[in-house]
Design a protein around this ligand. Structure first.
Ligand SMILES: [Fe+2]
Length: 213
C-alpha cells in the first residue's frame, strides 16, 4: 500500500481508504458535515439519512472511473488535483432502469449499462480543491481525473433498508413471477410491507434451503 501511494503519480491506480472517520480528526470533520446535511434535510428527512462514512480516494492522473451508480447518498469533495464528474438525473429511467436497480440490489450486479446517449444527459462538473458535488443515490455517474494526482473525500450516507434495498429486492422477486411492481418511493406503507415480505421470504428460503435464483 505504501509503495502504491508513493508511486500513484505513475501507477495508473486508485486507492480507497474506507472508514477514515476511525481517526478522530476525520471523525470531527464528518460529524460537522453530518450536521450540515441533516440541517438541510430537516428533522423528518434526517431520520432517513443514516450511517455517515468518510472514504479517502487517492488516484493517478487521468484515471477514469467508468459509468455506474451506487446505493449511497454521496458527497464528493475535492482536496487535491482536479476532477471532472458527470452526473445523470437519478429519476431518469432511460439512463438507469428499474430493472437495473433491482438487479443491483438482488444480484449484486454491476450497476447500470452504459450507452453513448447518456453523455448528452449528464451534467458535467469540474471540481477544484475545496469544491464538492452531490451524487444522489441511484444517479449514474462517471469520473475522470485531471493531469495531477487526485485526493478526494467521499462523504457517504445510507437510506434505511426498507426504503430501497429490501423493496427493490422484493420487486425483483415479484418480477420473476411476471408481475410489474410499482417502484419504491410512491407509498411508505407499501415499501415497508415489501421490506417485511422480503425478509420473511429470505427467512423461509434459508429454512427450506431454497437458492435465491
Ligand atoms: Fe460511485
Amino acid at each position: 500500500m505504501e509503495e502504491v501511494i508513493r508511486r500513484v503519480e505513475t501507477a495508473g491506480a486508485w486507492i480507497i481508504l474506507k472508514h477514515a472517520e476511525r481517526e478522530s480528526a476525520y471523525a470531527a470533520v464528518l460529524e460537522q458535515f453530518r450536521e450540515f446535511v441533516h440541517s438541510i434535510a430537516g428533522p423528518e428527512g434526517a431520520k432517513q439519512i443514516l450511517n455517515p462514512e468518510m472514504l479517502i480516494i487517492i488516484s493517478s492522473p487521468g484515471r477514469l472511473t467508468p459509468f455506474h451508480f451506487d446505493a449511497e447518498i454521496n458527497f464528493l469533495v475535492q482536496v487535491r488535483g482536479q476532477k471532472e464528474v458527470w452526473i445523470c438525473d437519478p429519476q431518469d429511467r432511460s439512463v438507469v432502469s428499474e430493472i437495473d436497480i433491482e438487479s443491483y440490489y438482488a444480484r449484486g450486479k454491476a450497476s447500470g449499462t452504459y450507452s453513448p446517449e447518456v453523455e448528452h444527459k449528464a451534467r458535467r462538473f469540474t471540481l477544484q480543491p475545496g469544491e464538492g458535488v452531490h451524487i444522489p443515490s441511484h444517479a449514474a455517474h462517471w469520473v475522470k481525473n485531471g493531469k495531477d494526482v487526485s485526493v478526494s473525500l467521499s462523504l457517504n450516507f445510507e437510506f434505511p433498508q426498507w426504503k430501497y434495498k429490501d423493496s427493490y429486492k422484493m420487486n425483483y422477486e415479484l418480477r420473476k413471477l411476471q408481475r410489474s411492481p410499482n417502484p419504491p418511493g410512491r407509498s411508505e406503507l407499501t415499501d415497508r410491507a415489501k421490506s417485511i415480505g422480503f425478509r420473511l421470504l429470505s427467512k423461509s428460503r434459508s429454512i427450506l434451503k431454497i437458492p435465491n435464483d
